[in-house]
Ligand binder design. Structure first.
Ligand SMILES: NC(=O)C1=CN([C@@H]2O[C@H](COP(=O)(O)OP(=O)(O)OC[C@H]3O[C@@H](n4cnc5c(N)ncnc54)[C@H](O)[C@@H]3O)[C@@H](O)[C@H]2O)[C@@H](O)CC1
Ligand SMILES: [K+]
Length: 511
């Protein structure tokens, strides 16, 4: 076996992350294929994993000299031993702390431990605390093999990692994070960066993954590209750089009638802002015409507040007919309320054949009287998804991919499950798409209304429902990231609207 850790072929791939996301069992099959079929011994893969991680560490933290490597009892720990050996070899001070019974290390992990010891490395057994004065901690406790909630001593070690001040590099996954769902299995390491091996794990991008993983780096460990043909990815990551390619071309000869007419229905008394946000977002996402059907009490005021919006007061469902006749797409829900006014409009819309975007209170009305719609696009946040499914919000969040798939099966159409790592699920066999942009500053009032307007505008410009959902979610998230450049705290939904224009025009697709 060659210790080819400085071989250029195994350096972490720089540039873009792959878009395919896999579950743990799929990555385990890749591992077996790599060794069994492609003849790369497991020990060599581990050597490459440790070496890639060490190379990334040196690039990312060039001044780090005093490292602490926390190793567990599986192959993730083995990766840690390789990294520790390489770091010592380059003159770093390494405190290697073995958590759990060292006798449980087997096969390549035990060999990696032995190679570390043979090179003069010392193994300390976890004694309840971490050394002081560290430049960096390496989390090599659990990777894809985590199968159950974390108990002591691992839980105590993870808690200590989270409490100390040095940055943390996680090998493959932050320990304690479920590789498939991003669920925190009791406790998880909240890390500065994660280097993921062979394939990106779905759990880094869904559930609590975005909160715990830090920045993500990928290393394919030099396995042949055709290895990946053996599995269909569990989900596909998307971002604006990718989704912007879905936008329709705008011909110089176009007029406003070619860019689609969106009708937005909502805005019960006291909720006019919701439809205004959705309407403005629709205009900024390129809709040719936007009409708002809202409560008569504030229709005139809304019209003056944003003169480019056409605003009609509607008393009841009958008033909708002339408006819907002119619209290409209807979005219903922002500020709709659930009383007789909102319910009447919702029931009317359900009889129309238009492509629909269904949000907010319209989703709550749908939860009260469930039905299946072939050409609608539902945009629930986790609470609305829970009401639609009749489960708790925690249950939705525990496995967001499965929740989105269940919603699609029950209600049809295309589902956008909002939240960190928004998921788009169209009719199977289409795979779930997970948006990997966005930030916590976006957890604020009106963000959903902006998304509804964007998706409706893209749909009105001719995108199919799934494409409008994917492009809309990514455009919204990318606008949120741009707006957050001047601070996440205090970000408001209106801040996104100015950003939409630059992004949707394609001038700044790559962030
Ligand atoms: N197999 C391969 O070919 C490669 C694997 N690699 C590394 O190996 C990792 C996977 O290794 P393993 O499958 O050994 O799994 P892990 O190293 O993630 O750990 C699994 C071990 O922990 C135990 N365990 C699971 N949940 C536990 C809990 N809650 N409390 C206590 N013990 C628990 C398991 O019984 C098993 O002994 C990857 O994430 C990656 O880091 C890399 O070296 C690349 C190549
Ligand atoms: K880890």
């Amino acid at each position: 076996m060659t210790h080819s850790h400085l071989d250029q072929r195994i350096l972490p791939e720089t540039g873009r992350l792959p878009y395919a996301l896999y579950r743990a069992e799929q990555v385990q099959r890749f591992d077996h294929l790599a060794s069994g079929y492609f003849g790369i011994p497991e020990r060599e893969l581990m050597e490459r994993a440790g070496a890639s991680a060490y190379r990334f560490l040196r690039q990312r933290w060039p001044d780090a000299r005093h490292l602490c490597v926390l190793t567990g009892i599986g192959n993730n720990g083995g990766d840690g031993y390789v990294l520790a050996r390489l770091a010592r070899g380059e003159g770093c001070t390494v405190d290697l702390i073995q958590v759990g019974d060292p006798q449980r290390l087997q096969g390549p992990a035990a060999e990696s431990r032995d190679a570390y010891c043979a090179a003069g490395g010392k193994v300390d057994i976890w004694s309840g605390s971490l050394p002081r004065g560290l430049d960096l901690c390496v989390d090599a406790l659990f990777g894809t093999g985590l199968t159950r909630p974390v108990g002591d001593p691992f839980a105590a070690a993870i808690a200590a990692l989270n409490e100390q001040q040095a940055p943390i590099l996680a090998l493959d996954l932050p320990s304690g994070l479920h590789a498939d769902t991003g669920e925190v299995m009791g406790i998880a390491a909240r890390v500065t960066a994660t280097i993921s091996f062979i394939a990106l794990k779905l759990g880094l991008f869904v559930g609590s993954g975005p909160e715990y993983r830090g920045e993500v780096q990928f290393s394919g460990l030099g396995v042949p590209a055709r290895l990946y043909a053996s599995e269909i990815a569990a989900a596909v990551r998307s971002d604006w750089a990718r989704a912007s390619t879905l936008l329709p071309h705008r011909s110089p000869l176009m007029h406003k009638g070619d860019c689609g007419h969106v009708l937005i229905i909502g805005g019960a008394p006291g909720m006019a802002g919701a439809v205004r946000l959705a309407g403005e977002a629709a205009l900024r996402a390129g809709a040719g015409l936007v009409t708002i059907a809202t409560h008569p009490r504030h229709a005139d005021w809304l019209n003056l507040a944003r003169p480019e919006l056409m605003v009609q007061g509607v008393m009841d469902a009958r008033d909708l007919e002339p408006l819907s006749a002119r619209a290409d797409v209807i979005a219903i829900g922002p500020g709709l309320g659930q009383d007789a006014w909102g319910r009447g409009l919702w029931e009317k819309v359900c009889t129309l054949a238009h492509p629909l975007v269904v949000d907010a209170d319209a989703l709550n009305l749908l939860a009260a009287s469930p039905m299946n719609g072939p050409d609608w696009l539902l945009t629930p946040h986790p609470g609305e998804a829970a009401r639609l499914l009749g489960v708790s919000t925690a249950e939705v969040q525990r496995d967001r991919v499965v929740a989105a798939q269940t919603l699609q099966a029950h209600f049809g159409g295309v589902i956008v499950l909002k939240g960190a790592g928004s998921i788009v699920q169209a009719n199977p066999p289409r795979r779930p798409v997970v948006c990997s942009q966005g930030n916590p500053g976006m957890a604020t009032a009106g963000m959903g209304d902006v998304l509804t307007g964007i998706i409706a505008a893209l749909r009105a410009q001719g995108l199919a429902a799934e494409d409008a959902a994917c492009a809309g979610v990514c455009l919204h998230a990318a606008a949120g990231d741009r707006a957050a450049a001047s601070g996440e705290r205090g970000l408001i939904a209106s801040d996104l609207i100015a950003e939409l224009r630059t992004l949707a025009d394609g001038q700044d697709a790559v962030l």
